[in-house]
Ligand binder design. Structure first.
Ligand code: ADP
Ligand code: PMV
Length: 567
């Protein structure tokens, strides 16, 4: 390793798992890892590496199994249809660009340990691989393979795993221990199901930019990361690669998704499956569950536009169960009325779906965007009628409405959690959030222009750039106001990529010949906040001051079924 921390080596070949040639068959055995070029490639862990508790200086030097690699998966928002979806109406959920990142670092063969390092929740635990209950997990009738569909947790396997979960964070307070145990359960159930006792010793380090417990699918995103990482390690995935046909790509995503659902069951008990589906595949889906005894209808919405999205977290904790119960109580008291509101929400989703799937749909058309935006506003009003908003959500909506920058609604269960705003191409109010005292933003002629979508015919570059600057100024002012009131603002993108891989975990900053910068555990752990993590893992804005405009992820590869399979 060079003194500056960068590794001087040529780009490594993708491992067998990422190469197009290998086709994965539905064999009856989970294949044991076979030697590949990367297995013999020496990759020294940084001297500071000490997750297994052995001082680096005392450790026997031997070659680790494979270079460190990263996987990443997004969070999600419900764009239309929450609550009504509980009553059999359709909902639309989309991926967001806030993501979890999992770094997988192999240890040398002399180690017999597997370590979870999940600093976001102050969780770190190391198991001895040889002490884990492999016999129970691989017993006849119990063994599950990477291609299996697992729809419930096996109680015998859960019991066998329990002592190893109980050993996690025994001394931390009860509430925190519960969180540690559900995360550990998700990891260990997948590890024991997919890996084997011959698995290479590894450290799994996870950082997430998704706020936890705010309805943004943070748990699904970590389950997708764990599932993808393990499937890659056991060579049960091919791709993403350039020539991958869409069907093969879909198969890979489905394989990851199925096991992520198992991880979700460990955390949530009875998850709907929408969060892991969106997190695995990315973009957006229409989701409907008419009969709870049957699998839900999930239709990918490949035409959903990648829109800039403002996401504001009330930081007000809420319980999905409580909010769902509120609607049930309302429905019992006012059956016809509530049914009509739920039907109206269903119509909102259907209207969006119709537009998104209409033959001439143009995602860049301001008219189409206004249609989608109006539906956001209507949807929020209906959710308010159901009683699932919260004064903090209303305050956020009020602050944002005053600026005229977009269409806002609560997302998810409500009662706290987050609000989302689909941004207009240009703000309709040019007062930087000033209002006329009636709670209505001041409008001028340009606001009318923008509302009708006529900025398209405004070809003056200088005017456009003035407007863009203005938009940034409005967003900056808004950020200050939101922060002053204790809210947390994220600028993100709607309907982006699903699960992705950075193999090896090395960034080249555009220069393939000059080696690259290795993302090691210490750097990953030291990265500060969302910005620090994104900077480290190669997320960058393209030629604009605010990254909200467009993002690139250098070196990352994604399974994209909507674009012929690869990106
Ligand atoms: N960054 C993270 N690190 C470790 N565990 C996480 C992380 N993010 C989420 N989790 C797990 O997921 C749970 C959050 O799930 P939940 O409350 O349903 O929120 P969400 O709606 O964001 O999925 C946490 O209790 C924890 O078990
Ligand atoms: C209110 C509801 O429609 C969505 C809840 O979403 P979340 O828990 O906030 O991600 C409930 C559900 O669909 O199970």
């Amino acid at each position: 390793m060079a003194a500056n921390g960068s590794v001087r080596r040529k780009t490594q070949d993708l491992p067998a798992t990422l190469k197009p040639s290998r086709s994965v068959s539905h064999a009856t055995q989970t294949p044991e890892p076979s030697p590949s070029p990367i297995d013999t490639m020496p990759l020294q862990l940084p001297p500071s590496e000490s997750a297994d508790g052995v001082p680096a200086s005392k450790r026997k030097q031997s070659s680790p199994m494979m270079p460190a690699f990263m996987v990443s998966a997004p969070g999600k928002v419900i764009v239309y249809g929450e609550h009504a979806v509980v009553y059999g109406k359709p909902a639309i959920a989309a991926a967001i660009s806030l993501r979890s990142y999992l770094l997988v670092s192999s240890l040398s063969k002399s180690h017999r340990t597997v370590t979870m390092r999940f600093p976001d929740i102050q969780l770190e635990h190391t198991w001895n691989i040889d002490e884990l209950p492999w016999d129970v997990f691989s017993a006849p009738g119990k063994k599950k393979y990477y291609y299996d569909l697992v729809t419930e947790l096996d109680p015998d396997l859960v019991i066998a795993m329990q002592p190893h979960i109980d050993a996690v964070s025994p001394k931390v307070p009860e509430a925190k221990r519960k969180i540690h145990h559900s995360t550990a359960c998700s990891f260990l159930y997948l590890f024991l199901s997919l890996a084997s006792r011959k698995t290479a010793p590894c450290v799994y380090t996870l950082r997430s930019t998704i706020p936890m417990g705010a309805g943004l699918g943070s748990s699904a995103s970590i389950s997708v990361c764990i599932s993808a990482a393990l499937l890659l390690q056991i060579r049960a995935l091919s791709g993403p690669h350039q020539d991958q046909p869409p069907q093969e790509c879909e198969l890979q995503i489905e394989r990851i998704n199925r096991w992520a659902f198992v991880g979700e069951m460990c955390i949530h008990g009875n998850p709907s499956g929408v969060d892991n589906t969106v997190s695995s595949g990315g973009k957006a889906v229409l989701f409907q569950r008419r009969d709870y005894n049957k699998p839900p209808r999930v239709i990918p919405l490949h035409s959903f536009p990648e829109l800039p999205l403002l996401l504001v977290n009330t930081r007000q904790s809420r319980s999905t169960a409580t909010e769902v119960a509120k609607v049930a109580t309302l429905k019992a008291a006012h059956p016809a009325l509530t049914e009509n509101i739920l039907n109206a929400i269903g119509l909102v989703t259907e209207s969006a779906h119709e537009l998104l799937t209409s033959p001439g749909f143009d995602p860049t058309s301001p008219v189409a965007l206004k249609h989608l935006g109006d539906l956001v506003t209507i949807n929020h009003g209906l959710l308010v009628s159901l009683g699932v908003s919260h004064p903090k959500l209303e305050r956020i909506r009020e602050l944002i409405d005053h600026t005229g920058i977009g269409w806002t609604k609560l997302t998810g269960a409500g009662g706290g959690g987050c609000a989302i705003t689909i941004l207009k191409p240009q703000p309709t109010t040019l007062q930087n959030g000033n209002t006329n005292g009636n709670g209505v933003g001041n409008h001028d002629s340009s606001s009318e222009e923008s509302d009708s979508g006529s900025e398209e015919i405004d070809s003056s570059a200088s005017i456009l750039s003035t407007r863009t600057k203005l938009k940034h100024k409005i967003l900056d002012n808004l950020e200050i106001k939101l922060e002053n009131e204790g809210f947390e603002k994220f600028e993100t993108t709607l309907a982006g990529d699903g699960v992705g891989v950075l193999w090896p975990a090395v960034l080249h900053n555009g220069n393939e010949e000059e080696g690259g910068e290795e993302i090691d555990q210490e750097k990953f752990l030291r990265a500060e906040g969302t910005e620090g993590i994104e900077l480290l893992v190669g997320v960058a804005g393209v030629g604009v001051r605010r990254k909200i405009e467009r993002e690139v992820r250098e070196g990352w590869k994604f399974w994209r079924s909507w674009e012929g399979g690869f990106a």
